[in-house]
Design a protein around this ligand. Structure first.
Ligand code: UFG
Length: 340
């Protein structure tokens, strides 16, 4: 049974939702984060160990804490496609070397289970309407390549050392905790939905749509949005799965529906009753036109059943969080003090 889990990257967007999800199920999360992109205020369900994966001594100290960890969930990474093209060494150092350090620390301390945050970017240009696990893996940027290298390390480690792992390849993570207490807070924000919601609130830097000449129905890019709490659900199911399935496994996580950038904007307008000003801008390099998952394997093998199946319900949770973030009182209030 699971009692205590090391959540690497637990101060970040998806990791923090994971800690809340675990705590609600009486499993203790311990967060390890270097706070390079994560936030101390998002660490509310468990202790924070401020440490970097590149620091092997710090990892030894973390793993020496008691009671021992039953498993590791690994959300730490540099995760921007464009940045990875400009600064590939940062991506290979943090995402590949950092993970190797983590795996070696796990080995030294006898922890043999890990859920790894992978990405749709491991596939490269889609060759099918829906991308399943058998789709060719040919990443076109250092970010995707770094994640695929880790998947390969996990497969080799399963063979050589008996490490048990599940790689979860998220498509477009979105949404926030439904009670609005934690959510997506990147700086700078490059992701679509937060930028659209900020435009609706009038707090953004001006929304740009990157390209209206893509080979899609309305000319804007199509993505498969999946709620962070549904990703958290998949992580816990993945740990269950490992109990009876040794080896290294990988699953794609999305809702299987594509939504264009324009559709996302219209959904936000309908839901908030506000208009979303935007302008068209040139295509962003590295963007594929369409990315949609087939998650049949996750539903069959893991028993994964996303709660938020449509874009509107995902946006609704994100809107609650962004409204609260934009309210003047909430920014100065200590964590947990907000009411309503
Ligand atoms: N977009 C805009 N304007 C914005 C932000 C985004 O038009 O201000 C567009 C993008 O061009 C893209 C779509 O909205 O077509 C979604 O962009 P995001 O940045 O929200 O998400 P991505 O699909 O680029 O990235 C996601 C993950 C990455 C992962 C990638 C796989 O965030 O970690 O999918 O391709 F690598």
């Amino acid at each position: 049974s699971l009692r205590r889990i090391l959540v690497c990257g637990g101060a970040g967007y998806i990791g923090s939702h994971m800690t809340k999800y675990l705590a609600a199920r009486s499993i203790e999360p311990v967060v390890l984060d270097n706070l390079s992109t994560g936030h101390r205020r998002m660490v509310r369900w468990g202790e924070l160990i401020e440490a970097d994966l590149l620091d092997a001594d710090a990892l030894d100290r973390a793993f020496a804490s008691r009671p021992p960890f039953d498993a590791v969930m690994h959300f730490c990474a540099r995760s921007l496609v464009g940045e990875s093209v400009q600064a590939p060494y940062d991506y290979y150092l943090n995402n590949v070397s950092g993970t190797l350090n983590l795996l070696q620390a796990m080995q030294r301390h006898g922890v043999d289970r890990i859920v790894f945050s992978s990405t749709a970017a491991v596939f490269g240009p889609p060759q099918a309407e829906r991308i399943d696990e058998d789709h060719p893996k040919a990443p076109i940027n250092p970010y995707g390549a770094s994640k695929l290298m880790v998947e390969r390390m996990l497969a080799d480690a399963a063979h050589a050392y008996g490490l048990r792992s599940v790689s979860l390849r998220y498509f477009n993570a979105a949404g926030a905790s439904p009670d609005g207490d934690i959510g997506e807070a990147h700086d700078p924000e490059t992701h679509l939905l937060p930028n659209v919601l900020r435009a609706a609130l009038g707090t953004g830097l001006g929304l740009k749509i990157f390209g209206n000449d893509w080979p899609t129905p309305d000319g804007t890019c199509v993505r498969d949005y999946v709620h962070v709490d549904d990703l958290a659900q998949a992580h816990l199911l993945a740990l269950d799965y490992m109990t009876h399935h040794p080896g290294a496994h990988a699953f794609n996580l999305g809702n299987g529906d594509g939504h264009s950038v324009m559709q996302a904007i219209r959904s936000v307008e309908a839901l908030t009753g506000r208009s979303v000003p935007f302008e068209f801008a040139p295509r962003r390099s590295g963007d594929p036109a369409v990315l949609v998952a087939s998650s049949e394997r996750a539903s069959k093998e893991l028993g994964w059943q996303p709660v938020y199946r449509d874009l509107e319900s995902i946006i609704e949770t994100a809107w609650r969080w962004h409204k609260r973030e934009a309210a003047p009182a909430s920014s100065s209030a200590p964590p947990g003090s907000a009411t309503s």
